[in-house]
Unconditional design. Structure first.
Length: 94
């Protein structure tokens, strides 16, 4: 996992599309797609569902069920939009 991949993830999450995210961080759309694909491969999880109208976060990023309070993600993890399970995979802690 590389900083550029995380930067691409955050840009796509905020912008809602690969094209807008690429413009936002000043790289090409194919480069942002490549970074996301590499991050998804590294994590072993699909982060976004790509559609003709943009992207939607998968449950790995934005779970549909609220987390139980005992298992809630720390605020810093919640602020970047990661589910507790994906945060554990990335950061290696509960």
């Amino acid at each position: 996992m590389q900083l550029g991949q995380i930067r691409a993830f955050l840009a796509v999450r905020e912008a809602g599309s690969l094209r807008a995210a690429a413009r936002r961080i000043g790289i090409s759309q194919p480069a942002i797609s490549k970074a996301l694909a590499a991050l998804e491969r590294d994590l072993g999880a699909e982060l976004f569902i790509r559609t003709s109208r943009g992207v939607r976060m998968t449950e790995a990023v934005a779970p549909t069920k609220p987390a139980a309070s005992a298992h809630a993600a720390p605020p810093a993890v919640s602020n970047i939009g990661l589910s507790p399970a994906l945060a554990k995979k990335i950061f290696g802690r509960d």
